[in-house]
Ligand binder design. Structure first.
Ligand code: ATP
Ligand code: MG
Length: 441
C-alpha cells in the first residue's frame, strides 16, 4: 500500500504539484503502527487529479476537494489542500476553499493528526507542533480548542478515542474546552457516536476510555445509565472492590482489543443494578432479578445507538445469562450442555471470568466450565435429535403445544444420557403418548 501511495505522490509531484501523505497515516507511521489507509493531500484540484488518474472516482466529493483513486489493488483518497467554510450544523463545512498546505494543517482536529509526510524526500512537514505532541503523547487541538470543538462536535469523542487508544493525555486547554462542550455531543448523529464508542470499547484500553468519558461528562450525556452506576454500593463480601461503577471499570480494565459484543456486555452486565437494588429486613443489599431488568435496559441502550440486531442480541443474551454461571456446578447435564451449546458461550465464559476477577476473585466455576468444554465432544454437547415431530404425528399426536413439549422431554432425556438411540427414543415416545406430560400454558 505504502509503495502504491508513493507512486501516486510521485506522479503528482512530477506534474508540478505539491503532494504529501496526510493525517492519520503519518501519525501511525511515526508511532510505528500499521495504517489501514493512506490519505494524500495535494495542490492539484480534483479535475487536475482526474486528468492524471482517469480512473479516479467519487467525484461527488469534488465540491469538498476529495476524489478516490483506485491504484493497483488499493484505493486512495486524494484531497486538494483545503479550508472548511461555515458549519451550520455543528458538524459539516458548508463548503471549502482551496488553500496552501499550511492552512490545510490548521483545519485538522489535533496536532498529531495534522502532519504531512513527503515519501519521496522522506520528510515530515509539521506546521502545528504535531511531532512534539506525538513525542510527548499529547492530544492537543489545533488552534483554539473551544472554537475547534464548536465547529465539529464529533471531535469531542475523537479526542477521547485517540487518548484512550494511543495511551495519550489530553492537553489541559483542550480538556477544559471538551468538558465545557460535552453536553452538546447530541449534535452528532447517533451512528457516528456509536462508531466512536465501538472503537473505544474494542480498543486496547477501554477502562481509560471510560474514565475520560466519565470525567468529561460525555458519559452522562451519551450513556447516563452507565453514569448512574456511580455510588451504587454492593455487598462487601462479594465486592470488596467497591460500587458498581468501579466494578464495571475493573472488568473493562481486563479487556484489550476484545470482540465488540463482549466489550459492550462487560460495560452493561450490571446495568440493571441501580433500579433493582433493595435493602432487606436484616439490612442486606439485594438486587432483585437485576440481570433480567439489565438485559432490557441493554436492549434499549443499544437500540437507541442503532446497533445492528446481531450485536444487540448477543449482548442481551450475555447480560441475562451471566448470573446463571454461578450455579454451573449444580446443573443437570442437560442444562449444562444447553449452556455450553450457546453461540455466545465462549464470550459469556470470558465475561464470567473477568466478572469474578473484578470482584471476589474465585475462578473455580470458570475452571470447571472450561474443563467441561474441553472434555465433552461437540457431538455430546449438542447431539443430533433422535426423533422429530413427524414421529409423534405418526403416533397420533396432533401438531401443537403438546407435541412441542413432548419433543422437549425427549431432548432433555437425551442430553441427560437416559436415551441414546433412535429406537430407545421411539419407545420412550410411545410411553409418553400413553401418559403425556402436563402441557405448558
Ligand atoms: P483513524 O483512521 O484511525 O480513525 P484518522 O486520523 O486517519 O484516524 P480519519 O477519520 O481517517 O482519522 O481522518 C483522516 C484525517 O482527517 C485525520 O487525521 C484528520 O487530520 C482529519 N480529520 C478527520 N476527522 C476530522 C474532524 N472531525 N475534524 C478535523 N479534522 C478531521
Ligand atoms: Mg484514517
Amino acid at each position: 500500500m505504502w509503495q502504491l501511495g508513493l507512486r501516486i505522490v510521485e506522479r503528482l509531484q512530477k506534474a508540478g504539484y505539491i503532494a504529501y501523505f496526510a493525517g492519520g497515516c503519518v501519525r501511525d507511521r511515526l508511532l510505528g503502527h500499521q495504517s489501514h489507509d493512506i490519505d494524500i493531500a495535494t495542490t492539484a484540484t480534483p479535475e487536475e487529479v482526474q486528468r492524471l488518474f482517469p480512473q479516479a472516482t467519487g467525484l461527488h466529493g469534488k465540491v469538498f476537494g476529495v476524489v478516490r483513486v483506485p491504484f493497483g489493488e488499493w484505493s486512495f483518497e486524494v484531497a486538494t489542500f483545503r479550508r472548511d467554510v461555515g458549519s451550520r450544523d455543528g458538524r459539516h463545512p458548508d463548503h471549502v476553499v482551496f488553500v496552501p498546505p499550511a492552512e490545510d494543517a490548521y483545519r485538522r482536529d489535533f496536532t498529531i493528526n495534522a502532519l504531512f509526510y513527503d515519501p519521496i524526500s522522506d520528510q515530515v512537514i509539521d506546521y502545528v507542533g504535531g511531532q512534539r505532541d506525538l513525542a510527548e503523547k499529547t492530544i492537543r487541538a489545533v488552534g483554539d480548542p473551544n472554537q475547534r470543538f464548536a465547529e465539529d462536535k464529533l471531535r469531542l469523542l475523537r479526542a477521547v478515542r485517540f487518548a484512550a487508544n494511543l495511551g495519550f493525555r489530553i492537553e489541559p486547554g483542550t480538556w477544559n474546552a471538551l468538558r465545557i462542550q460535552a453536553a452538546t455531543i447530541h449534535q452528532v448523529s447517533v451512528e457516528r457516536i456509536r462508531e466512536e464508542l465501538d472503537r473505544i470499547w474494542s480498543g486496547p484500553a477501554p477502562a481509560r476510555g471510560l474514565d475520560l468519558l466519565d470525567q468529561s461528562d460525555l458519559l452522562l450525556h451519551i450513556l447516563p445509565e452507565v453514569s448512574a452506576l456511580h455510588g451504587v454500593e454492593q455487598p462487601k463480601e462479594f465486592h470488596p472492590e467497591g460500587d458498581v461503577f468501579l466494578h464495571t471499570r475493573l472488568l473493562l480494565e481486563q479487556l484489550h482489543s476484545a470482540p465488540l459484543p463482549l466489550a459492550w456486555a462487560a460495560l452493561l452486565h450490571d446495568i440493571g443494578k441501580p433500579l433493582t437494588k433493595r435493602v432487606d429486613r436484616n439490612g442486606r443489599i439485594r438486587f432483585f432479578e437485576h440481570e433480567v431488568v439489565g438485559a432490557r435496559m441493554a436492549h434499549a441502550i443499544l437500540s437507541r445507538l442503532r446497533q445492528p440486531n446481531q450485536l444487540i442480541e448477543a449482548v442481551v443474551a450475555m447480560v441475562v445469562n451471566h448470573m446463571a454461571f454461578k450455579d454451573a456446578k449444580q446443573m443437570r447435564p442437560s442444562t449444562l450442555k444447553r449452556l455450553l451449546a450457546r453461540s455466545t458461550f465462549s464470550m459469556e465464559l470470558e465475561l464470567h471470568r473477568i466478572d469474578c476477577l473484578a470482584s471476589h476473585g474465585d475462578l473455580s466455576i470458570y475452571e470447571f466450565l472450561r474443563t467441561k468444554l474441553e472434555e465433552l465432544p461437540a457431538s455430546d454437547i449438542s447431539p443430533p435429535r433422535l426423533v422429530t415431530g413427524h414421529d409423534f404425528i405418526a403416533l397420533g399426536v396432533a401438531p401443537g403445544p403438546l407435541l412441542g413439549s413432548l419433543l422437549e422431554t425427549i431432548r432433555e432425556a437425551q442430553l441427560n444420557g437416559q436415551i441414546q438411540t433412535r429406537e430407545e427414543a421411539l419407545a420412550f415416545a410411545s410411553r409418553l403418548v400413553a401418559t403425556p406430560p402436563a402441557t405448558p400454558h
